[in-house]
Design a protein. Structure first.
Length: 81
């Protein structure tokens, strides 16, 4: 029930507009060791953007840190990325 009434409306994955010929550049970051949000969510989102944006101006960049946790970084140096 919450999904239809609230969550679906702001879900980036569910609200990709396939009719758009151009999107601004998107950088999606995640961490392999995130214990709160599984990195598969970011991977799935990027894959969908890549597939739907084939042949369009949809620059999508993906970075997955293999060390950090939920904050995306293991130390201050990685945080500055």
């Amino acid at each position: 029930e919450d999904w239809e009434k609230f969550l679906y409306k702001y879900s980036p994955y569910q609200n990709i507009d396939e009719s758009q010929e151009s999107y601004p550049p998107i950088l999606v970051t995640t961490s392999t060791r995130d214990d709160r949000v599984h990195p598969a969510h970011a991977r799935k989102f990027v894959k969908k953007l890549w597939d739907l944006g084939e042949g369009k101006d949809w620059p999508v960049y993906y970075y997955e840190n293999i060390e950090g946790g939920h904050g995306g970084a293991a130390n201050a140096k990685q945080s500055s990325f």
